[in-house]
Design a protein around this ligand. Sequence first.
Ligand SMILES: [Ca+2]
Length: 378
Amino acid sequence: MAQKQTPVWLDCDPGHDDAVAILMALHLPEIDLKGISTVHGNASQQNTTHNAARCLLAFGSQEQVRRIPVVAGADKPLIRVVRHDDEIHGEDGLGGVEGLPDKTDAAVVAKLQETKAQTAVLAIAEAARALPDGEQLALVATGSLTNAALFVSLFPDLVRDKVSQIVIMGGAEGRGNRSPTAEFNILCDPHAASIVFDAEVPVVMAPLNITHTAIFQTHDNAALLTPGSALASLAETTPEARASPAKAHTPLRHTLSTLLNFFAATYASVFSFHDGPPVHDPLCIAYLSHPHLFRGERYRVDVELEGKYTAGTTVVDLWEYRKDELVDYKEDPESRKSWGRLGKNVFVLEQLDVPAFWQLFQQTVDAADKVSILNKKT
Ligand SMILES: [Ca+2]
């Protein structure tokens, strides 16, 4: 293999934007996707598990479908009552998406049968342990952080030795999307988020402030429907293009377009995003494959666990009010410990080269087009 790949485990709650994260994790050549686990969040854990398998089967090559496990994880938060987000993702987590295999499809059932006796936390540990000396796993978490919190709590030594970083989509600097100040993934399980943020491992956070810049616009949809060579002849910016899009060139492109346009519709009606939906989760994958497209800064971040109005808020110490408390960071900013409870514990992503991100997305669609089972059906 010519290129050094980053071993990645994706813990997710598909979810429309998680589905895009799965697509990109499968087809960016810099990423070696070792496994997918699921958690409660956008929908119930049963639904997110089915959805992860449906996406893997639809987007992956046959080799990937065989090799990459889909393992179910936590079905509720550590302490809070479970909540889902039908309003944004539809009842089953992937509302409005056409062309994916159904959850009762024999291949989906068979895929999940393989891992029926397994649990996410142990599967992540096994994947980390199985890496050769000198290699480390990057854990990406794009749903509630329940599985990730259990993993870092159960296996601190393994995390120190074999996990390079935990990259999450979640939180925000001074805003929310499911309360005035709380972002959904953190709000679902704030206690888990607090545990993950204080683990002695580099934690990277893609907050709403940056994910809300990664908008899937009309011209991105035009590019999705039609492979690159035909792009010059398409009207790139007309609002009508989304209303009556050109026919997709392949069944896979049709499926992805229905996925992103359902998300566009719910984001327009719920949050008044009229230029297109933000695709939060795949930013974590793009950060691992192309970190130079991002700019960020390391801060102390805490999670508000009890606030009457602010539970689930990520409290990002932009102005270093707490710097005197950061004993481990002051002693040795380079150490693993300095990422923990007494450190600057989170690298917060703040800026993204958005056009370059969408080019990466289109590149993964091109790659998926060549192998997707959706394109092989007659
Ligand atoms: Ca998600």
